[in-house]
Design a binder for this molecule. Structure first.
Ligand SMILES: Nc1ncnc2c1ncn2[C@@H]1O[C@H](COP(=O)(O)OP(=O)(O)O)[C@@H](O)[C@H]1O
Ligand SMILES: [Mg+2]
Length: 388
């Protein structure tokens, strides 16, 4: 990404260059000791992806010049650094399509975050070419830990810089959002279903509770009566649109099998069947597998997740595998204190207790699902690392 930085003031240009210094080779910085009057020629020649322009007072003739350049180069994102902070000025800058206006005195973090946001948008614009994988999480019985695992795995996948969304399909009593956020969602599955005809990636995206730049969560309806209009066709449409926007689409399901949840299971590439090592879970696991067989799902579609696993328990993994006729895909250890604290605070366990065995297991599972690329240093990585 080419970032062109313009200022007539040499001291300001030097400050900006200090603030933006990075060893991230994917960001190319260019500094121009010039103002808006030289803009058109520079942009024509260099074609930067981001233009950062310091315009001191934000004079109208300068802004008109910026606007003309922006019309010729609609894909270029513009950041203005400006002492002017009158609402009318900010409004006209935004109307022109200026992405960010940073007030003086400018600070390093404000500048870095503004560029970070723009870069995020650019990467979203080139959304995944391949449709995302849909992973459904189904508890064998309530209380298996399925919601906890789905929400925290989504967070762990996002930490690997993959776009992930979690759709809470516990349509009556969904609470997945509480596991990873303290914010209240602004929209829910019910709101999208009500306008399903016009659902596209942009609407889906704007309805998500944004947990990190890589992780969006679509919350369950806020009361059971809002779930009555949800139909299997809408579930299918929702999942199809989500697949087109995200690398991973995780579905948090309740134990109740009805037409909606069966549609979600049909759409899934894999079903994580979550159970614990006690007889009632295993018995219900067996029943669910019979239903899956009658629905024509191949055995490879189902992945058994044993949660709250303790090695010296009375029932072993072999016993489960023999009873279910399926290998256990993964175990997640039991860790009551850390899990309860994570849920109570709405903070993902990999952040709250990164060394906890549950956090480790989730990171491993996320790592298996995605390709891990090595990190390099620089403010851009730090920013993304903190945000994700
Ligand atoms: N690995 C774990 N270790 C300890 N407790 C866990 C673990 N996973 C889940 N729990 C506990 O189980 C409870 C139920 O989890 P939840 O995700 O709501 O289950 P489900 O969605 O299957 O009904 C959580 O409130 C949490 O306290
Ligand atoms: Mg649940």
């Amino acid at each position: 990404m080419k970032v062109a930085v313009l200022s007539r003031n040499p001291e300001m240009l030097k400050n900006l260059s200090d603030f933006l210094a990075t060893d991230d080779s994917s960001i190319q910085l260019q500094f121009w000791p010039a103002g808006a009057t030289h803009l058109a020629a520079m942009v024509e020649q260099e074609q930067p992806g981001v233009l950062l322009l310091e315009t001191a007072g934000g004079r109208e003739d300068e802004l008109n010049g910026v606007e003309r350049v922006m019309i010729r180069h609609p894909d270029m994102a513009v950041i203005l650094i400006c002492a002017q902070n009158q609402p009318e000025f900010l409004l006209s800058a935004m109307r022109m399509g200026v992405r960010e206006v940073i007030p003086m005195p400018v600070s390093g973090p404000a500048l870095q975050q503004a560029i970070g946001r723009i870069r995020e948008r650019i990467s979203w614009r080139s959304a995944p070419q391949l449709p995302g994988q849909v992973l459904a999480f189904l508890p064998c019985k309530g209380g298996s830990g399925s919601t906890f695992l789905a929400a925290n795995l989504a967070y762990a996948i996002a930490a690997e810089k993959k776009r992930v969304c979690l759709i809470d399909l516990n349509l009556h009593f969904g609470d997945a959002a509480l596991h990873v956020s303290e914010q209240a969602p602004s929209a829910t599955v019910a709101d999208l279903v009500a306008q399903i005809q016009r659902l596209d990636g942009a609407l889906l995206e704007s309805s998500m509770l944004r947990i990190t730049p890589y992780f969006g969560l679509l919350a369950a309806p806020d009361s059971p009566e809002n779930a009555v209009d949800v139909r299997p066709e809408s579930i299918e449409r929702l999942i199809t649109v989500a697949r087109g926007c995200y690398d991973y689409v995780l579905l948090d399901l309740s134990r109740t099998l009805d037409a909606n949840s069966i549609k979600a299971l049909d759409c899934a590439d894999a079903i994580y069947l979550v159970l614990q090592l006690t007889l009632p879970f295993i018995r219900d696991g067996g029943r669910l597998l019979q239903i899956f067989a009658s629905l024509g799902y191949p055995k490879e579609k189902v992945r058994v997740l044993v949660n709250r696993f303790e090695k010296d328990g009375e029932i072993g993994l072999r016993d489960v595998e023999q009873t279910l006729g399926l290998k256990v895909a993964r175990t997640i250890p039991n860790s009551f204190g850390a899990v309860a604290e994570s849920i109570n605070h709405g903070r993902p366990i990999i952040d709250l207790a990164p060394r906890d065995p549950v956090a480790r297991a989730l990171r491993e599972l996320a790592g298996e699902l995605v390709q891990i690329k090595p990190r390099s240093g620089g403010w851009w990585q730090r920013l993304r690392g903190n945000a994700a």
